[in-house]
Design a protein around this ligand. Structure first.
Ligand code: FES
Length: 126
């Protein structure tokens, strides 16, 4: 029962948090189009986030909890590939998280990203 309640909570209300890190410490984010999946213990309910580098100063961050039945979505291979939930073949846009196809009725939660060009620190909040 506890697992069921946690499952319901996870897709009815996206986890919130606040996390910062130096993007130069993540190899996948060293070039435009790079994608990584990162967990921030104690933040966002410790749910991994998908982080995409669109350009040198613009990043996107999405919750990996599918809005259909709360299964985990997979990070795309690059910034132009769909974010996919293999549970029921839900596809989401890597640009803004909207539903492209499949059973989900709403898009992935997108978090605010703020990038400091002097320190290379990306701050994700939501
Ligand atoms: S749980 Fe993701 S498509 Fe159903």
């Amino acid at each position: 029962m506890t697992t069921l309640l946690q499952s319901c909570t996870s897709f009815n209300a996206a986890p919130v948090g606040n996390a910062s890190f130096d993007v130069t410490t993540v190899t996948e984010l060293s070039k435009d189009g790079g994608v990584t999946e990162k967990t921030f213990p104690g933040q966002f309910d410790s749910v991994p986030l998908i982080i995409i580098r669109e350009s040198e100063t613009k990043y996107l961050a999405f919750c990996t909890v599918c809005t259909h039945y709360g299964k985990k979505v997979s990070a795309p291979a690059n910034s132009t590939s769909d974010i996919i939930c293999n549970a029921h073949n839900g596809h989401f846009s890597p640009k803004d998280g909207h539903v492209i196809s499949g059973p989900p009725k709403s898009g992935l939660t997108r978090y605010n990203c703020s990038f400091n060009t002097e320190t290379n620190i990306l701050t994700i909040t939501g």
